[in-house]
Design a protein around this ligand. Structure first.
Ligand code: DHB
Length: 309
């Protein structure tokens, strides 16, 4: 028997696979498709207080098993996602992830107040890492601002809350960010968001239009960075802060490696966009085969057990 259950903040999931924020999660129709697929749950498109159209098109481009995007936070606004979540049975709601982003620091208390008033008690994913809003830096690269936002969040809000982080590339940055995160009762962190501000060419042209062609990179090319971030935080964070591994998942072996590096849940972005919701069943089958091959019978026996030479 294979035990693939995962528990975070008292909620048990039947397995580890779900969408990554931004993919298949903007409209009720898309969220319903993910809800009815083999995914264990979903996360919404990052919601802002007011609805937004986002950046000019073309703003998303696939290249091989990778992608570049500069969507610019198009979304229907927080109330739309709260309404959709409220339409689900209560036991489902408590396992859903609602992604939010304040456009200014003073929006965070308002977003959290709306969530409390709507009585949503599922998981809130505070997005500190959108690289695509012109003029707005990624909050997760500003350690002091991250600390201030978390202090504000936890002074106001007591349901499960986590953060979506940008990728870090320096060991001292892992140390600094982990030290800040460990000050707060976070339910989870999600590593990583896209690698920000890459350039992809389509022929002799920039592949996407906004920000002169600069956009977030996702897909197979970011797996090494994703695994490094998952494992660096696994080594540094208090064990009560669970890790959602995101980045570069295209097959069951990739999911296995995220768990081996320390992930509880594993999210799929670019490959879900390319393949559709059928990917969850394929990944689950391939993951089980990989576990059998390695004689591992539960996620708990696998998680964080990467060997060093
Ligand atoms: C967008 C991109 C992100 O990586 C993110 O975390 C949130 C929003 C976007 O461009 O819409």
């Amino acid at each position: 028997m294979m035990d693939t259950t995962v528990t975070i903040a008292g909620q048990t999931f039947d397995h580890c696979l779900m969408n990554a924020a931004g993919v298949m999660c903007m409209s009720e129709e898309e969220l319903t498709q993910v809800a009815q697929s083999s995914a264990t749950t979903f996360v919404t498109k990052t919601a802002t207080l007011e609805a937004r159209n986002g950046n000019q098109e073309p703003r998303y481009f696939d290249f091989a098993t990778n992608s570049i995007n500069s969507m610019g936070l198009p979304n229907y606004g927080l109330a739309y996602y709260l309404d959709f979540l409220a339409s689900e049975p209560e036991e489902l709601q408590s396992r859903r992830f609602l992604s939010i982003a304040p456009l200014q620091p003073d929006e965070l208390p308002i977003l959290l107040r709306c969530i409390s008033v709507a009585n949503f008690r599922g998981f809130v994913e505070l997005n500190l890492s959108c690289p695509n809003v012109p003029g707005k830096p990624q909050i997760g690269y500003d350690f002091e601002q991250t600390n201030r936002l978390l202090a504000t969040a936890f002074s106001l809000y007591d349901a499960p809350l986590g953060v979506k982080l940008p990728p870090y590339f320096d060991m001292v940055h892992f140390d600094c960010m982990a030290e800040i995160l460990n000050r707060y009762p976070l339910a989870f962190i999600n590593s990583i968001n896209s690698i920000g501000n890459g350039i992809v060419l389509n022929g002799n042209q920039m592949a996407i239009h906004p920000k002169n062609g600069f956009g977030g990179i996702g897909g197979a090319v970011i797996k090494a960075t994703a695994l490094a971030n998952v494992h660096a935080f696994y080594q540094r964070l208090h064990p009560s802060i669970k890790i959602i591994g995101t980045g570069g998942v295209t097959c069951g072996r990739d999911v296995y490696e995220h768990i081996l590096c320390g992930a509880h849940l594993v999210q799929v972005g670019t490959a879900l966009h390319q393949e559709g919701v059928g990917i969850f069943q394929r990944l689950q089958q391939e993951l089980h085969a990989e576990m059998k091959l390695n004689n591992v019978h539960s996620f708990d026996a696998l998680r964080g057990k990467v060997m060093y030479i």
